[in-house]
Design a protein around this ligand. Structure first.
Ligand code: LLP
Length: 418
């Protein structure tokens, strides 16, 4: 039992859907990200079904995993997108996503990015400051366009998650306070090239409780009431992303319970509901496949040096995040306690501490729950080409990103001529 329905053992070998992972390692090499189309589809459908009674739009947070095959599959399911850069917008378009179902978040949008988004006609800019609003109004004016805008409100709610990924407290850089938002919406006449269409918030990521979501949506609803009392028409309410997943022993709310809570809390609002889930759509749809290069036993500790590293999966090093690490095939040996580490020259380069595993050189391991913020946060540190990515669909394996080569990495670098 792995706890992940699309990643299961059949006679001691770990499969993704109908494909043994060792077969993928042999064909595509390691490290390699492996995704399950069925898991991705199921998660999207769970959201969509839970929202069935409500006018809604699911805007997948592209930053969680921006591979165009993933964006394309979600677009085919009807998903919209939440982007935070012009680059992500280009990916959405390339993947066949609909700009009119795309919202643009982030505190530092450039004029060039605003232009690109206005040009393709995105659904809405989630604006995070008055300065940004001025810049957007000016840019839209130069282009003879009207920009649809939601202000991102900082509801000052404690998401009770890792401080690096908590965004809804007043000391965080995100959004504007509710009273300031109220003032800006009422000053709409100052922004003739902006149309205020929505209201937005996002309080953090990997939330494992419902109460912060309920508190934030309650605050948003009060603000909505106040805006409507002033005669403003708001068309949609965007409640952001943030639903956590199970990495080990967390018990986050189910997608059904989460959506039901958002719907119940905002029941009296007639507006369309938007959400921006990232991790909860892709996190448990992917794993990182890696091979043990060497075992090293010292008097202090046992190390399993694997061929994936912090540059491939940064979450353990950056957030001290826990990812389950499972054997791809059992080898009949006795278990030992291992530090699972990569080849990068830093003590902070680890994938897991104190893991009970039975290992020998060359064994394969699956780092679980790596579908979100894995590949998308990877780097080339130590001049390590980034991993390949494959998507399994029943018994078919599709390469969705080729392994990088060192030639590609250095192709744009130049030696001084003199
Ligand atoms: N909307 C906005 C405006 C966001 O900033 C984020 C994530 C999301 C939606 C999606 O949140 P999700 O549903 O995935 O929790 N690298 C970190 C997570 C950073 C999240 C940043 N913002 C990690 O690996 O845990």
């Amino acid at each position: 039992m792995t706890g992940f329905p699309q990643f299961v053992y059949h006679s001691d070998a770990l499969y993704v859907e109908s494909v043994p992972l060792h077969q993928i390692a042999e064909q595509y090499g390691t490290p390699c990200y492996v995704y399950s189309r069925a898991a991705l589809t199921q998660a999207y459908r769970d959201f969509d079904t839970a929202f069935a009674a409500r006018d809604h739009l699911i805007c997948y947070a592209v930053k969680a995993n921006s591979n165009i095959a993933i964006l394309n599959l979600l677009a085919r399911l009807g998903s919209g997108f939440d982007i935070v850069s012009g680059g992500e917008l280009q990916r959405v378009i390339k993947a066949g996503g609909d700009p009119r179902k795309t919202v643009f978040s982030g505190v530092g949008k450039t004029i060039q990015e605003m232009r690109m988004a206005l040009d393709v006609g995105i659904l809405c800019f989630n604006v995070e400051s008055e300065s940004e609003l001025n810049a957007l109004n000016q840019t839209a004016s130069e282009m003879g366009k009207i920009a649809a805008v939601s202000l991102r409100v900082n509801p000052d709610v404690d998401a009770r998650t890792h401080p690096y990924i908590s965004t809804g407290l007043k000391e965080n850089k995100f959004g504007v306070p509710a009273d300031e938002a109220m003032r800006i919406y009422q000053a709409a006449h100052l922004y003739p090239h902006v149309r205020f269409t929505g209201l937005d918030c996002h309080i953090g990521s990997q939330l494992t409780e419902l109460s912060p979501f309920i508190e934030a949506s309650g605050k948003m609803l009060s603000l909505l009431d106040a805006l409507q009392a002033k005669g403003l028409t708001i068309e949609h309410l965007d409640l952001g992303g943030g639903l956590g997943i199970r990495y080990t022993d967390e018990s986050p709310p189910s997608i059904q319970n989460y959506v039901a809570a958002l719907c119940a809390q905002t029941a009296r609002a007639t507006q369309r509901l938007l959400i921006e889930p990232g991790r909860s759509l892709v996190g448990n749809a992917g794993i990182l496949l890696t091979r043990v290069a060497y075992l090293k036993h010292t008097s202090a500790r046992n190390f399993a040096i694997v061929d994936a590293a912090m540059n491939d999966l940064m979450r353990p090093s950056l957030y001290d995040a826990y990812h389950d690490i499972l054997p791809v095939r059992s080898n009949g040996l006795a278990t030992d306690t291992y530090q699972v580490v990569g080849p990068v020259c830093e003590t902070g380069d680890f994938l897991g501490h104190d893991r009970l595993l039975a290992l020998r050189d060359g064994d394969l391991l699956a780092v679980m729950s790596a579908g979100a913020y894995g590949m998308s946060m990877s780097s080339n540190y130590n001049t390590r080409p980034r991993a390949a990515e494959v998507m399994v669909d029943k018994d078919a394996v599709h390469l969705i990103r080729q392994r990088e080569t060192v030639d590609q990495l250095i192709a744009s670098e130049r030696i001084l001529s003199g």
